[in-house]
Each structure stands twice: as C-alpha cells, then as structure tokens.
Design a protein around this ligand. Structure first.
Ligand SMILES: NC(=O)c1ccc[n+]([C@@H]2O[C@H](COP(=O)([O-])OP(=O)(O)OC[C@H]3O[C@@H](n4cnc5c(N)ncnc54)[C@H](OP(=O)(O)O)[C@@H]3O)[C@@H](O)[C@H]2O)c1
Length: 273
C-alpha cells in the first residue's frame, strides 16, 4: 500500500518541492493550499489530491484531512510547512500583524496536529514534521516575532515527543537555513514607522547585513530531501538541520556563549553600542 503525506502550503517554495519529491517516490500526496483553484501543475500529477487548507481556518484543516483519507484511505505523514515572517521593530508592528504571525506559524501548527492526532493514535503510527528554521534556534535583529513563532514551535515539538512516542507517533523538526524561495518577496511583512526615528539608523545597517546573509541559501529541492529523510528514516531523531548554511550557523551558535553570540551579531549588523 502506498504511503500518504499531507503538506500545508504547497502553492510555492519548499512545500511544493516536498509535494513533488514524495510524488516522485511513489507516495500519495495531499497537497494543500489556500487557493487550490489557482493550481495548474500539481493537479496534473498521479496520486496527488490538491485541496484547500488555510491554517487560519480550523474547519478547512479537518476537511482537507477527511478528503485525503477518503481518497487514499489513510495518512502517514503530516508536514506543517505553511508560514510567513513579520520583521521590523516590535513597536512599529500592528497588533493584527502580531496576532497573524502567531496564528499562522504557531496556532496553525497546533491545530493541524490536533486534527491529525486521532487518526495517528488509531493507527498507532504516524510522523509529524514541523518546519521551523535556524530562526527557531538563534536570533537576529528585528525578527522578534518570526523568531518568537519558530522558537515556540520548537518548544512545543520537543515537549510533545514525550507524550506521542509511547503511542507510536513521531514528531520531528526540520530546521532550514536560507532557502532559495520567494519567501522574502511573497511571505514577508516588513513593518516600520519613520516617525520612530531612534530605530531608523539601526534598521538601515541591519537590512544591509541581512542582504549579505541570503548569499548562502539552499535550493528548496535540497531541503525537501531532508524532509524526505526525516519522514522515512524510522528513527526518533528530533532535529534535522537542513542546508550547509544552517549547519554552520547552528554549530557557531552552539560554540558561543550568549554574550559572545550577541556581541558577534551586534558587530555584524552594525548595532554595536
Ligand atoms: N525561505 C527561507 O529562507 C526559509 C528559511 C527557513 C525556514 N523557512 C520556512 O519554510 C516554510 C516554507 O517557506 P518557503 O521558503 O517555501 O516560502 P513560500 O514559498 O513563501 O511558502 C510559504 C507557503 O506558506 C503558505 N501559507 C501562508 N499562510 C498560509 C495559511 N494561512 N494557510 C496555509 N498556507 C499558508 C503560502 O501560501 P500562499 O501561496 O497562499 O501565500 C506558501 O505556500 C515556512 O514555514 C518558512 O518559515 C523558510
């Protein structure tokens, strides 16, 4: 019997690369997205069900899972990939944007896990992969909300493994570094208020440093391979660091004390006091 995967956020980027990779490996794929009517490629592939799932709409999560089970009989793997990033000074960020950051990146993951767990519990098997980021393990300036959402998913996932492992359910984290997707263009909200003059010089030098960071990004297909390994390796490994840049950054972070790391970042981002 073919295995079945459900992925959130397959309209683009990493989610799309994951859907295509698993399909090529012979899996049934429930490729979910907010606007399935716009999809023209995944709908042409064998064993792929394209269906609506907006992680901010709880009923759409259950409906997508039900539709997938009706079509393929079961689900073996859930990948919580959908996400977006809010950057800029906290003071300049509207409260609705702050809420949406946590609704999508955290609440969306929690609700998707709650929705799939009865199925996985009945099967006494299943794998949940939560896509975080190096941003879930280390911080950079003006990313308090994105980092907060990804750190939260890291904590939730790490703690959950204790209660799910005895039920035969594996819950894991995939932590990419920079990925060559259009995340910065289509999935990032930048908040600023020019009237908050104290932040403006800091923002200017921080943005220049961010530009340089994106030089070492990975192709989404390469990160999708890490997702595939995490879904299929049958181990209880919790964290999968994905991409050369991520391996280097997290090793450097682990080797530094908090004080050393913060000083390095301040210098790199021109924020030294
Ligand atoms: N790109 C990077 O450098 C990078 C690095 C580390 C981690 N990540 C993480 O990787 C994941 C995928 O990002 P990406 O790089 O592939 O960027 P992307 O191409 O912009 O993909 C983001 C996806 O999330 C979907 N999405 C947003 N809000 C949603 C909602 N409410 N319900 C369902 N889907 C929603 C988007 O769908 P729409 O088309 O409807 O907007 C899109 O398919 C994210 O969790 C991101 O945080 C990215």
């Amino acid at each position: 019997m073919n295995k079945t995967i459900l992925i959130t956020g397959t309209s683009s980027g990493l989610g799309r690369a994951v859907a295509k990779l698993f399909q090529r490996h012979g899996w049934n794929v429930i490729a979910t997205m907010r606007n399935p009517a716009n999809e023209t490629e995944l709908t042409t592939l064998d064993r792929v069900l394209v269906t609506r799932l907006d992680v901010e709409d709880a009923s759409s999560i259950g409906q997508a899972m039900d539709a997938g089970i009706a079509r393929f009989g079961h689900i073996d793997v859930l990948v919580n990939n959908a996400g977006f990033g809010t950057f800029g000074p906290l003071e300049a960020t509207p409260i609705e944007t702050i809420r949406r950051q946590f609704e999508v990146n955290l609440m969306g993951v929690l609700q998707s896990m709650q929705a799939i767990l009865p199925h996985f519990r009945t099967q006494r098997a299943g794998v949940i992969l939560n896509v975080t980021s190096t941003s879930g393990r280390m911080t950079l300036p003006f990313g308090s909300l994105y980092h907060g959402s990804k750190f939260a998913v890291e904590g939730v996932t790490e703690a959950l493994q204790y209660e799910l492992a005895p039920l035969g359910i594996r819950v894991k984290l995939v932590e990419p570094g920079a990925i060559k997707t259009d995340f910065a263009g289509r999935s990032m909200a930048f908040n600023n208020e020019l009237g908050l003059t104290e932040y403006q010089p800091l923002l200017e030098s921080a943005m220049a440093a961010y530009g340089k960071l994106m030089g070492t990004s990975s192709e989404p297909e390469r990160i999708a391979e890490v997702v595939y390994a995490a879904a299929t390796d049958e181990t209880d490994t919790l964290r999968y660091i994905a991409g050369e840049d991520a391996l280097q950054m997290l090793a450097a972070r682990a080797a530094a004390s908090d004080e050393e790391y913060f000083a390095q970042v301040r210098t790199q981002f021109g924020l030294a006091t």
